[in-house]
Each structure stands twice: as structure tokens, then as C-alpha cells.
Design a protein around this ligand. Structure first.
Ligand code: ATP
Ligand code: MG
Length: 508
């Protein structure tokens, strides 16, 4: 009898131990691949896996848990699935996807997981930061109150951007969207702003060209490029902007100003749609999954200006979106417009007419940036939008060819002058003082009697004269952000002389 009891308790004990053992090993941390294909692995087990956790399939193949179901886990793979077969074992890593951060990333090109892809060796990072982080709380932020100079006259004058703002660049394909963003990066030289250019689904050849241009303009030393090119699997495209903003956040937390360009989020949305459909999530409008809005809002909410107690750093975001035939009311564009603080709309017709950058001043807006504009820029550009609006309106009338009264003619001539002055070549950002000078001269009507074809020549000569004889005015505008009456008078006189000289030369 006593033996019997002993035996029973021993077998109970053993059974209990086995139960504990099997539960812990087989289903908590380890899983077995049930099926693999299209960059998705369905795994049995991994009971303890968390959403977004990094899952290791082999030495160098990782995935991320994205679908947590009752009996299986859907993982997206970050590299080629060729090495993975049904029945393979995979492990939890108890880590979320993170990227290296720090100044060592400046001048480098990295992929969406922060691995260098420029062939210049490993990156000595300061640490790692998870790609998904909550956005700074409302009470940790302060209003946008400092300008971020883009160096593009039309933007700084009419659609000003402040540090910490999110401004969407939107337009059809080949309308100069990337060009605007790259010019803005080039203009940050010497301004103590770190930049990140995040390429999503772009061609490798265009990335190489951009890196080259940044190098030529000495802008690579304060820029990091996060590249998930069109040839990479969809999960890398999905991950890239979050990696970019994590790198930026590290600098923001150190009190720095950072500019991040996402080029472009339409392709990002498509990559996420691909992932979701492969993960068998229910499709919604235009086959995008239901959380497509959240995809971009949780990304862009991470851009802000922190309050001074937290270092006063900022992330300014310039997301880019592509439209089809100028339709800004499509699904993804409307989502992005409602998340951002304004949009710069690039118009194909204007682009084809030679108006470059092809900014449509009627459909573009900046909801917070004007608070950050300097007094000088604000005062010279106050009526710009209104005047351009009446110019566009009159232009439609003028098409009927009827006799025009002098007032209408004046609006048309002045509008044409303004449009011409706002034209700007690529890779030639202007300093704030140059912008103020050009717009002031145009707005004061002094260019209205100059033929449009000559306008840029006149402005160039004036710029030379100011540089040579009135460098103090240029310096004062940069420093104080103001334009005094006295300075206006000096500019008027200088331009009168320039006009006289050039008119005489032209007459010869
Ligand atoms: P995609 O939709 O292919 O990404 P995009 O809208 O980004 O195109 P860009 O690649 O920036 O457009 O520019 C398209 C073309 O227009 C390029 O060849 C570029 O050199 C030219 N371009 C852009 N801006 C200007 C400018 N201000 N002056 C002259 N050319 C310009
Ligand atoms: Mg582009």
C-alpha cells in the first residue's frame, strides 16, 4: 500500500514536470514554419511572441511578427525567403526591430534596418533605438516658432515651414517633388540642421544620383540616407520611414534640429497594402487595409518641436506623395493632407509651361509656418498670394481677347513679373537676404517695366551690386530678420542705377 502511494506521487511529479517543460519550450519561444512564400512565413508556436517582435529564422534571416492568431503567427521576412523551408524552426528574440543611431550615420547610406549599404564599412553607432516608439506627449511639445529656410523663394515667401512642422509635398510624377526636398537639404548647409533622406521604392540609379549631388554640394556630411529601393522586399519598404524617424529622434532628444524627407509615402502605402494582403488581412477602400491612416499618422506624429526643458530639439518632416492626374482627393493623398500641417502642391501644367518649381500657390498652404517667418520675409511677401490669385483670375478673362482696362493690364503685368521672379533653378537655394531682396524689388513694382525675359539678369546684377557695395544690408537682414525703411531706400537707389546701366547697354 505504502509503495503504491509513493509510486503515484512520483508519477504525478514527473507528469507535472513534463507539462511545465513542454509548455515552456515548445510554444513560448520556439515555432515551426508551416508555410513560406511571397516574403511571409506562417509559423506554428511562438505563443509568447509580441506584435512587432523580431523573429530569428537562421543566422542572418530575420522576420517580424505581424499577425498574432490563435494557432499561428504571420511573420514578414526582411530578406530573401530562399533559405527557409517548411518545418524549419524559428526563435523569438524578445527584441523589437531597432536601428543604430548617432553621428556615425552622417554621410552614410543605410538600409531600413540600419545596415550600411554604401560599401564604406561598419558603422560605429552610439546605440540602438526601436523603430516603433510612441510620439512625444502634447505637454512635451512647444509651438513651431523658428523658420526652417528652404532656400526656395516661393516656399519661404508663401508657404513658410517652421522647425517641427510636417509639410506634405504633393504632385504628379516628374513635377519636381524630389528636387524641392533635395534643395531644402542642400540649403541647410552651415545651419546646424541634420538631415535624413528616406527613399522608399525609388530606383537605385536615382539614389546614386542624389547621393552624388549631395556630395557635390557638400551636404552629405550632415545627411544620412535611409534607402529601401524598389528592388527590396515590401517589409523593408514598410520599415524604412520608421527607421528614419527613429534615427532622427535620437538627435532631437539631444536638442538638435532634424529634417526628414520621406520620398515617397504613396509607395510606402502600397508596400503596406501588399504586406497586408499577403497576411490575409481584410482589404478596405482601394484594397488598402483598415489601419492605413494609422500607418502614416503614427509616423508623422513623431515629428514635433520639443519644449526647451527637454532640449528644444525638433523634427521637421517633408513627406512626399504622388498623385494621379492631379487628383488630391484620392484616398492616400487626403489621408496625408489631413495628418500634415499643410501641403505644397506641384502642378503639371505649370511645370510644362516652364514655371519651375511648379508650385500652385492656390492649392498650397502652410497652417503653422507663418508664425515662424521672419519680419523681413513677412513684410515683403504679405500680398504675394493675393496678387497671384487675382493674376490667375485675370489671366482666364484675358484669354477672351477683349480690350483690357489699364487696371487689369497692370495686374497682368505685375503677376507675370511675380511668376518670373519665383522661378528658380535646381540646386540653387537662395539665402534669406537674397529672397527678401528679389521679392521686395518685384513687389515694389520696380520690375513691372522690365521685359520678363530680362528679369533674372537684372536681379543677378542687383545681387552683385548689393554684395559688393552693401554687404552690410545683406548681413543685417540675415541677422535681424528685418528690413528697415532706410535699407529699402538704399535698395531702390541701387536698383535704379542697375536699370539705367542695363538699359543703356541694351540700347547700344
Ligand atoms: P518622380 O515622380 O519620378 O519621383 P519628381 O516629382 O520627384 O519625380 P524630380 O525628379 O524632382 O520630380 O524632377 C523631375 C525633373 O524635373 C528632373 O529632371 C529635374 O531635374 C527637373 N526639375 C525639377 N525641378 C526643377 C527646377 N527648379 N528647375 C529645372 N528643372 C527642374
Ligand atoms: Mg521623386
Amino acid at each position: 500500500m505504502a509503495d503504491n502511494i509513493k509510486l503515484n506521487s512520483i508519477s504525478d511529479l514527473v507528469q507535472r514536470e513534463i507539462e511545465k517543460y513542454t509548455h515552456h519550450v515548445e510554444t513560448e519561444d520556439i515555432g515551426q514554419v508551416v508555410s513560406v512564400g511571397d516574403g511571409i512565413a506562417t509559423v506554428y508556436g511562438l505563443d509568447g511572441a509580441m506584435y512587432g517582435e523580431l523573429i530569428q529564422f537562421s543566422d542572418d534571416v530575420y522576420g517580424m511578427a505581424m499577425n498574432l492568431e490563435q494557432n499561428s503567427v504571420g511573420c514578414v521576412l526582411f530578406s530573401d525567403e530562399n533559405g527557409i523551408r517548411e518545418g524549419d524552426v524559428c526563435h523569438r528574440t524578445r527584441r523589437v526591430v531597432s536601428v543604430p543611431v548617432g553621428d556615425a550615420l552622417l554621410g552614410r547610406v543605410v538600409d531600413a534596418l540600419g545596415h550600411p549599404i554604401d560599401g564604406r564599412g561598419p558603422i560605429a553607432s552610439e546605440g540602438e533605438r526601436p523603430v516603433e516608439m510612441p510620439a512625444p506627449a502634447i505637454m512635451d511639445r512647444q509651438p513651431v516658432n523658428e523658420p526652417l529656410q528652404t532656400g526656395i523663394k516661393a516656399i519661404d515667401a508663401m508657404i513658410p515651414i517652421g522647425k517641427g512642422q510636417r509639410e506634405l509635398i504633393i504632385g504628379d510624377r516628374q513635377t519636381g517633388k524630389t528636387a524641392l526636398a533635395i534643395d531644402t537639404i542642400i540649403n541647410q548647409r552651415g545651419k546646424d540642421v541634420y538631415c535624413i533622406y528616406c527613399a522608399i521604392g525609388q530606383k537605385n540609379s536615382s539614389i546614386a544620383q542624389i547621393v552624388d549631388k549631395l556630395k557635390q554640394h557638400d551636404a552629405l556630411k550632415y545627411t544620412c540616407i535611409v534607402d529601401a529601393s524598389a528592388s527590396e522586399p515590401a517589409p523593408m519598404l514598410y520599415m524604412a520611414p520608421y527607421a528614419a524617424v527613429s534615427i532622427a529622434e535620437h538627435w532631437m532628444r539631444q536638442g538638435r534640429d532634424v529634417l526628414v524627407v520621406y520620398d515617397d509615402l504613396s509607395k510606402h502605402a502600397v508596400a503596406y497594402r501588399t504586406l497586408s494582403l499577403l497576411l490575409k488581412r481584410a482589404p478596405g477602400r482601394e484594397a488598402y487595409p483598415g489601419d492605413i491612416f494609422y500607418l502614416h499618422s503614427r509616423l508623422l506624429e513623431r515629428s514635433c518641436r520639443l519644449k526647451d526643458e527637454l532640449g528644444g530639439g525638433s523634427i521637421t518632416a517633408l513627406p512626399i506623395a504622388e498623385t494621379q492626374a492631379g487628383d488630391i482627393s484620392a484616398y492616400i493623398p487626403t489621408n496625408l493632407i489631413s495628418i500634415t500641417d499643410g501641403q505644397i502642391f506641384l502642378n503639371t501644367d505649370l511645370f510644362n509651361q516652364g514655371q519651375r518649381p511648379a508650385i500652385d500657390s492656390g492649392l498650397s498652404v502652410s497652417r503653422v509656418g507663418s508664425a515662424a517667418q521672419t519680419k523681413a520675409v513677412k513684410s515683403v511677401s504679405a500680398n504675394l498670394r493675393m496678387e497671384l490669385a487675382s493674376y490667375r483670375e485675370m489671366l482666364d478673362f484675358a484669354r477672351f481677347g477683349s480690350d483690357l482696362d489699364p487696371a487689369t493690364k497692370r495686374i497682368l503685368t505685375h503677376g507675370a513679373v511675380l511668376m518670373e521672379v519665383l522661378k528658380q533653378k535646381q540646386y540653387m537655394p537662395f539665402s534669406q537676404a537674397q529672397e527678401v531682396l528679389d521679392i521686395y524689388v518685384a513687389q515694389s513694382g520696380q520690375l513691372d517695366d522690365v521685359a520678363p525675359a530680362d528679369i533674372h539678369r537684372y536681379l543677378k546684377v542687383l545681387d552683385g551690386v548689393m554684395d559688393a557695395h552693401h554687404a552690410d544690408i545683406y548681413a543685417a537682414i540675415e541677422q535681424t530678420g528685418q528690413l528697415t525703411d532706410e535699407e529699402r531706400h538704399t535698395i531702390d537707389q541701387a536698383f535704379a542705377t542697375v536699370k539705367e546701366t542695363l538699359a543703356r547697354e541694351g540700347a547700344k
